[in-house]
Design a protein. Structure first.
Length: 232
């Protein structure tokens, strides 16, 4: 769900924090366009950036919720195709386990606070629509089954009261086990994907500032490489 148009606010806030331009691809959505349509569109957008002369080392990919899974799928695909990886990735409240096996004992996603809640049945139906029969344990769509070695630095953020924060913990642990520089930042909020409330939620504003600083670090490190200096 959602659109590039609807993400203008969040993307703009991230652009300001990162002091950089942000590209938001309008990728196709399931169920009309199941996997790998979104991945193909994201790949085209990334390759367009490279063709435009932007050094990959200076690019930070970012995704929220299931968008974090798309970011990881894109990096796995780039690695398989022996294409240059970005300098880093910011994963905001990642929702990356499409099996939802660890949530089977929880009747609904949410807390006692007034907020929208999704049942596990709904979440699993979304995943089924996206996969359209594709194996859920394929490492390209299931980062927790993938070899993460060789990925660039990751910034992983989550809310302590978010039931799906378990994905953030598991991803950070697995990335570190595979030698990846993974930073896990947790904020005292109960809402999943709390970053979209950046305009009035202090924790969300701070999280975006941290993501922006991370992107600045990636860009600075990328500009120091010989390839980036030559491109510049």
């Amino acid at each position: 769900m959602g659109s590039a148009f609807g993400y203008r606010g969040l993307a703009g806030a991230l652009a300001v924090a990162a002091e950089a331009s942000v590209v938001v691809p309008e990728y196709r959505l399931a169920p009309e366009h199941p996997f790998p349509a979104a991945l193909e569109d994201a790949l085209r957008a990334y390759l367009w950036m490279l063709d435009s002369g932007i050094p990959p080392e200076q690019i930070t990919m970012a995704g929220d919720s299931a968008g974090s899974g798309l970011v990881l799928s894109l990096m796995f695909t780039l690695r398989q195709e022996k294409l240059p990886l970005p300098g880093g990735a910011a994963l905001l409240c990642p929702g990356i386990d499409l099996s939802f096996d660890d949530l089977d004992d929880i009747p609904s996603i949410g807390t006692s606070e007034p907020q929208p809640a999704l049942s596990l049945e709904q979440l699993k139906s979304f995943a089924a629509s996206y996969l359209d029969g594709h194996p859920v344990d394929d490492p390209v769509v299931s980062p927790l089954h993938a070899d993460l070695a060789g990925l660039p630095p990751l910034l992983i953020q989550g809310g302590t009261g978010d039931v799906i924060v378990i994905d953030a913990h598991r991803l950070a642990d697995r990335a570190r086990e595979h030698g990846v520089d993974a930073r896990l930042e947790l904020y005292p909020v109960a809402t999943h994907d709390f970053h979209i409330f950046w305009s009035f939620l202090p924790e969300a504003a701070e999280a975006l500032q941290q993501a922006g600083r991370f992107a600045q670090e990636i860009r600075a490190a990328g500009s120091a490489t010989p390839a980036a200096r030559q491109a510049t």
